[in-house]
Write a protein that binds this ligand. Structure first.
Ligand SMILES: [Zn+2]
Length: 446
């Protein structure tokens, strides 16, 4: 194999050692070297000169609900992976629920892989699901290559994916710990939710009161305690309550194997600005107050929160009614996550390298993909996003690749235009033109 078939050159390349002018050489879909900007072009290599546009590692989004098969009218592998590519995401890991079947047995995993196979414009992996009655399926799923297991501690929103009570959580954790697996958890305490006022209707304040912070705090505390007791590896999904941050920080300091993520909507939207009846803003746990948001940003900066993932969870428009208690709970944001987070990060004085750490390096590490993804470094897959970070655009739902174009970001002006996205050295989208799907179905590296 030659040293380089392709060279991407930019005055701003984001590498693990900082941002600098460089020429990145690619052969066989892998990064072979990061050379000085003006290094002579290796013989036979094609040059892609990106000028001042930023070259960053393709994002790794470990929290996406593709809903295919079974609820493909909500999203689907074709549209989800095109939206991902358009947004600079080169790897996504699909959540085990909302598809029918859910990814809770090896047979179901095979079905999902079959459906995804010809539709993936980016690389796709799968989480398994931990249900009250499938403990004996966890190890076979682990061996079949799922990246870990998702569990709910409160009702999930779909009947076929019941939540774990405390006894079942303990049993699932004992099982995943026995083979070194990862349990990723929707942490809201069902008893605290049941005790909260449930008014229903279109008022956002009522919805927010129905999903209080203490429901998250109590569930996170219990999860951390279980992880400590069993030395099990756990990950807190979509953290919204800043009140849970001190106990996560303390657990980490103590050596408990816990990590946490938050989402673009918690970092960029606030409860104060959600219009009544606007259920495109509904998700669980909910978008909270501006003061809460400030603390989430602080926790990203100090490492208490490890990563930012979309929790892209769309539905058809008819399920997004104006009653917050019955509308589908999920925010659609796959294609917009990079510009949304970058816009707010920039405003708060963070660099694009911070965004890359939260949305690519750390998510790759969470999934155990850090030998392959998440950095511009020799030996990694040549997955890139090319971004014009100072350029702005106004979100036009009609320009989204999502199957359903309901979005909480409509009309917002965001910084960061994704010029092109590259997967293993091949441009998968550039100037709005997509190539044929060439994504791979990933299994957890051993
Ligand atoms: Zn989710």
């Amino acid at each position: 194999m030659p040293d380089a078939e392709l060279v991407l050159r930019s005055t701003r390349v984001i590498t693990p050692d900082g941002t600098r002018a460089a020429s990145v050489t690619v052969a066989g879909g892998t990064i072979t070297a990061v050379l000085p900007y003006d290094a002579p072009l290796p013989g036979g290599a094609r040059l892609e000169d990106l000028g001042d546009d930023v070259l960053l590692p393709g994002l790794v989004d470990t929290h996406v609900h593709v809903n295919d098969p079974g609820r493909a009218e909500w999203e689907g592998f074709w549209t989800a992976t095109r939206a991902a590519a358009a947004g600079g995401i080169t790897t996504l890991i699909d959540m085990p629920l909302n598809s029918l079947p859910p990814t809770t047995t090896v047979e179901h995993l095979r079905t999902k892989r079959r459906v995804a196979a010809d539709k993936a414009h980016v690389d796709v992996g799968f989480w398994g699901g931990a249900l009250p009655d499938n403990v004996e399926d966890l190890r076979p799923l682990h061996e079949a290559g799922v990246f870990g297991f998702k569990a709910f501690l409160s009702p999930s929103g779909v009947d076929e994916f019941p939540h774990l009570d405390r006894e079942r959580l303990a049993r699932s954790l004992a099982e995943t710990a026995s083979f070194g697996g990862l349990l990723i958890v929707h942490a809201e305490d069902p008893h605290r939710l049941a005790a909260a006022p449930q008014h229903g209707g279109p008022k956002y304040a009522d919805f927010l009161a129905s999903r209080p912070r203490d429901a998250e705090d109590s569930a996170v505390a219990h999860l951390v305690e279980q992880a400590r007791r069993r030395d099990a590896r756990v990950h807190v999904l979509h953290l919204s309550s800043s009140d849970a941050l001190p106990l996560i920080a303390a657990a980490k300091a103590e050596g408990v194997r816990v990590t946490a993520e938050t989402c673009p909507h918690y970092l960029t939207l606030t409860a104060e600005e959600v219009p009544d009846g606007a259920s495109e803003f509904k998700c669980c746990p909910p978008i909270r107050e501006a003061a809460n948001q400030d603390l989430l940003w602080q926790a990203l900066a100090d490492g208490t929160i490890d990563c930012v993932v979309t929790d892209h969870s769309p539905s058809t428009a008819d399920l997004k009614t104006d009653d917050f208690s019955t509308a589908w709970g999920g925010i659609s944001g796959l294609q917009l996550s990079l510009p949304a987070v970058w816009t707010e990060a920039r405003r708060r004085g963070h660099g694009l390298d911070d965004v890359v750490r939260w949305m690519s390096a750390h998510t790759a590490r969470l999934a155990g993909l850090d030998g392959l993804k998440g950095a511009i470094a020799p030996g990694r897959d040549a997955d890139f996003a090319v971004l014009a970070p100072e350029e702005t655009f106004t979100v036009d739902p009609a320009a989204l690749q999502h199957r359903n174009r309901v979005t909480a970001y409509a009309g917002r002006t965001l910084y960061g235009v994704v010029r092109s996205t590259w997967l293993r050295g091949r441009r998968v989208v550039g100037d709005g033109e997509f190539t044929e799907p060439g994504g791979r179905l990933l299994t957890r590296p051993r």
